[in-house]
Design a protein around this ligand. Structure first.
Ligand SMILES: [Fe+2]
Ligand SMILES: [Fe+2]
Ligand SMILES: [Fe+2]
Length: 268
C-alpha cells in the first residue's frame, strides 16, 4: 500500500485530488495483482491498467494547462518529466500476457508509484506553493531574507551559505565581460551540490536527534532535490548558457525558498 500523505499536498485542490486518485488507482492495481496470479482477477487488472493510462494522460494535460495559465517557469521541465512517465506507462503495452510476467508488472507498478511520489514532492510542489509571478519578480531573489529564519541557528547559517553560493553563481551569469563562463559555473554548481548535501545531512541528523515527526517527508524532499541537481546536464548548459542558467537559478532559488518557508520553518 502506497499512501498519499499530507506532504504530497501542493495546495491546488483539483491537482491534489487528481494525485490522490492516481495513488488510488495504482494501489488498486497492486491489490488486484496480489502475490500470485488469480485467474478470476485477470479482466479486472486489464481494466484498471487501462484506467491508469487514461487517467495519467488526463491529469498531465490538466496540470500542464494549469501551469501555462499561471505562467509557471517550470512548464517545459515538467513536460519532459511527464513524457518520461508516459513512456514508462506505455511499457505496459509490451506485456502481452501478464500471467507469464507477473513480476515484470509488479516491478513496473512499483516504479510508477515511486516516481510519482518523487515527482509530486520534488516538482509539483512548486506549482502550488510558488508565489504569484508578479510578486516573485519583485522579490530580491538571491538574497536571504528575514522571513526565512527558522530559529535554529546552525540551520539558518547553512541556509545563508546556500544563498551565498547561489548569489555567486548569479554574479557569474550576469557578468557580460566573461566570455566563457562555463568552467566557473561548473565549479560553482559542484560547490552548491556538495554544500546542499552537507546541509541536508546536518538537518536530518538534527531532526533524528529531536525525534521530529516530519523527518520522512523532509528526507524525500531533500532526495528529490539532490536528484534534480545530479540530473543537471552540463553539456546542455554549455550549448545554451545564458537562458539555461537563468532558468536554473530561478528553479534553485524558488525551490529553496519554498522548502524553507513550508518545511524547514516547521522543525522548531
Ligand atoms: Fe507534474
Ligand atoms: Fe534546509
Ligand atoms: Fe530541509
Amino acid at each position: 500500500m502506497y499512501e498519499f500523505t499530507d506532504d504530497c499536498l501542493i495546495g491546488v485542490e483539483k491537482l491534489d485530488n487528481e494525485h490522490r486518485e492516481l495513488f488510488r488507482i495504482i494501489n488498486e492495481a497492486m491489490n488486484l495483482l496480489g502475490n500470485e496470479f488469480k485467474e478470476d482477477k485477470y479482466d479486472d487488472i486489464v481494466q484498471i491498467l487501462n484506467e491508469l493510462k487514461d487517467y495519467t494522460e488526463y491529469h498531465f494535460r490538466h496540470e500542464e494547462k494549469y501551469m501555462e495559465e499561471i505562467n509557471h517557469p517550470e512548464l517545459l521541465l515538467q513536460k519532459r518529466q511527464h513524457m518520461e512517465f508516459t513512456a514508462k506507462i506505455n511499457e505496459l503495452d509490451a506485456i502481452v500476457d501478464f500471467r507469464e510476467q507477473h513480476e515484470v508488472l509488479e516491478e513496473l507498478l512499483k516504479y510508477l508509484v515511486t516516481w510519482l511520489y518523487r515527482h509530486i514532492i520534488g516538482s509539483d510542489i512548486m506549482i502550488g506553493k510558488m508565489m504569484p509571478m508578479e510578486q516573485w519578480e519583485k522579490q530580491p531573489k538571491f538574497v536571504f531574507s528575514d522571513e526565512y529564519y527558522t530559529g535554529i541557528e546552525f540551520v539558518d547559517n547553512e541556509h545563508k551559505e546556500l544563498f551565498r553560493i547561489i548569489e555567486d553563481v548569479n554574479q557569474v551569469i550576469m557578468n557580460d565581460y566573461v566570455h566563457d563562463k562555463y568552467d566557473e559555473i561548473v565549479r560553482l554548481l559542484e560547490e552548491l551540490k556538495n554544500y546542499t548535501q552537507y546541509h541536508f545531512n546536518d538537518e536530518e541528523e538534527y531532526m533524528t536527534k529531536i525525534g521530529y515527526e516530519g523527518l520522512g517527508a523532509q528526507k524525500k524532499a531533500h532526495d528529490a532535490f539532490i536528484n534534480r541537481l545530479e540530473e543537471l546536464d552540463l553539456e546542455e548548459i554549455d550549448d545554451n548558457q545564458q537562458q539555461t542558467l537563468e532558468e536554473l537559478m530561478e528553479f534553485l532559488t524558488s525551490w529553496l525558498v519554498n522548502h524553507i518557508l513550508h518545511m524547514d520553518k516547521k522543525i522548531k
